[in-house]
Design a protein around this ligand. Structure first.
Ligand SMILES: Cc1cc2nc3c(=O)[nH]c(=O)nc-3n(C[C@H](O)[C@H](O)[C@H](O)COP(=O)(O)OP(=O)(O)OC[C@H]3O[C@@H](n4cnc5c(N)ncnc54)[C@H](O)[C@@H]3O)c2cc1C
Length: 454
């Protein structure tokens, strides 16, 4: 088998690359996807009348082109929601974000948070050019907010020491309030609706799977091969070995598999690249989805849990995103716990601790019937932005670019990003391959010498 462009992975980035290549006249392309359904991390699973996503997958549309494309794909099958996010700490539910909503917490905690924040305003700390996340949090939010939320929450999520993380990922994701917002949030009456996800969109029918399904439906028959797990990549011979398909030869390769996995399958790789691969770190999100035979287990869309006594860092009620995700009279919940990538987990033990935690937090009540329960772990959940990452990915992408290999999407590009960005990554990659002038996120020496397909 032979194709001009071989795309590894049928998640949003891979599907989008194939769709846009078609629109640009590159018809010889093939997508290899290991699972029996497209969508990857943005897929959904149906079980006993429930539709479960891989935790919450909400549409935050920031780019005009991405917004147009996604709304066109969903063709009216979408609703706009105003965020109802909370933080559960010290037995109290406060609105998210924590840093601007401390009212209701014990007075000593409120004082600690507000005084610490004001200290950052009156006595700003100087930070190095590339600060670590912990120092940045202390300098930005103060000691109290760092102690009561930023540090415990982020340690639970990243499963890494915060003094070893950079701040490169947080720009859009960690909102910084003004002193007035912090004070109002402590006294009451503040406007909590700031931050990157104050409102969001979500499909009315079909869960988030509706989005990759709509992209896949735009491909001609035969372009997307499901159940075709990539088993080996020969970069010298420009050939890939796929389950049930055998050898596929290509002119240009687009990878959207997690970079670490792709490099483990690829040969030959120079020592420097193999060493860089060894420095890549990620976490696994252990996602437990539950169906509960009771409507409205909580009015929140999702709740953050910074305290160590809870094994999860976030719990969401997905049936609030669309009532069609659960049968009438039921609620659909997702629970997220994280562990370092590649570390084995005792699932029954974690599950027992999660159920205990949900009861302790008052989300599950005595006598609640669980009408569905399904584990949907995300093996590569979040790329860990430690100080080794930038250097490692630069070395890896430099080498791949010399070979004409594109590596895109949240995991292919080894970054923290959203569904919209994965779709746009696919579009830009298609434009580069088709010879359109699209600047790369970072200049890669050698890449400009490659000839476009058209
Ligand atoms: C916990 C969590 C919550 C998130 N919440 C949101 C949110 O609310 N909103 C939002 O916009 N984004 C969210 N995201 C991000 C979003 O999931 C991603 O940006 C997007 O889905 C990534 O798409 P992708 O195509 O880049 O990668 P993927 O979806 O990972 O696609 C890669 C594909 O490669 C396939 N694959 C893997 N190995 C092989 C192999 N050997 N052979 C063939 N195929 C293989 C996989 O099955 C997968 O289909 C969240 C992510 C996580 C982890």
């Amino acid at each position: 088998m032979k194709t001009d462009v071989l795309i590894l992975g049928g998640g949003l980035a891979g599907l989008s690359a194939a769709h846009h290549l078609g629109g640009l006249g590159v018809s010889s392309r093939l997508v290899l996807e290991a699972r029996q359904t497209p969508g990857g991390t943005a897929g959904s699973v149906r079980r006993g009348g429930f539709t479960f996503d891989y935790t919450g997958h909400l549409l935050h549309l920031h780019d005009p082109c991405g917004k147009r494309l996604i709304l066109d794909l969903l063709d009216g099958n979408v609703a706009l929601h105003e965020r109802r996010a909370r933080v559960f700490s010290r037995g109290v539910l406060t609105p998210y974000p924590f840093q601007a909503n401390t009212r209701g917490l014990p007075p000593a905690v409120v004082l600690d948070c507000v005084a610490g924040f004001l200290e950052t305003v009156h006595r700003p700390r100087r930070l190095p050019r590339r600060p670590d996340f912990l120092s940045w949090s202390r300098a930005t939010f103060g000691e109290g907010i760092t102690r009561h939320f930023m540090r415990p929450y982020n340690e639970k999520l990243w499963r890494a020491s915060l003094s070893r993380l950079t701040t490169e990922w947080q720009g859009r994701f960690v909102p910084k309030p003004s002193p007035a917002e912090v004070l109002l949030g402590a006294l009451g009456g503040g406007d909590a609706h700031f931050g990157y996800n104050a409102s969001f969109r979500y499909p009315v029918r079909g869960g988030i799977q509706a989005l990759p399904d709509a992209l896949a439906a735009r491909l001609e028959p035969g372009v997307l091969r499901l159940g075709a797990a990539v088993e080996a990549v020969d970069l010298r011979e420009k050939a890939v070995l796929a389950r049930d398909l055998g050898e596929v030869r290509y002119e240009r390769l687009v990878n959207t598999l997690p970079l670490a996995r792709f490099l483990d399958l690829a040969r030959p790789l120079p020592l420097a690249v193999r060493e860089a691969r060894g420095r890549l770190r990620w976490n696994t999100v252990w996602n437990l989805n539950l169906g509960v035979a009771r409507p409205d287990v909580s009015d929140a869309h999702w709740i953050y849990f910074p305290e160590r006594r809870f094994p999860f860092y976030r719990v969401g009620v997905s049936s609030h995103f669309s009532p069609r995700l659960a049968p009438a009279g039921h609620s659909a919940l997702y629970v997220e716990a994280a562990r370092p990538g590649g570390v084995a987990v005792d699932r029954p033990r974690l599950e027992a601790a999660i159920l205990r935690g949900l009861r302790e937090a008052g989300i599950l009540k005595r006598g609640d019937q669980l009408s569905a329960k399904i584990w949907m772990p995300i093996e590569f959940g979040y790329v860990v932005y430690d100080f080794a990452r930038t250097q490692a990915v630069t070395a890896i992408f430099r080498h791949l670019a010399k070979l004409g290999v594109e590596s895109i999407g949240r995991y292919g590009a080894w970054k923290y990003s959203f569904m919209e960005e994965s779709i746009l990554d696919g579009k830009r990659c298609a434009e580069r391959l088709a010879g359109r002038a699209v600047p790369r996120p970072e200049p890669v020496p050698g890449a400009e010498e490659l000839k476009p397909l058209k």
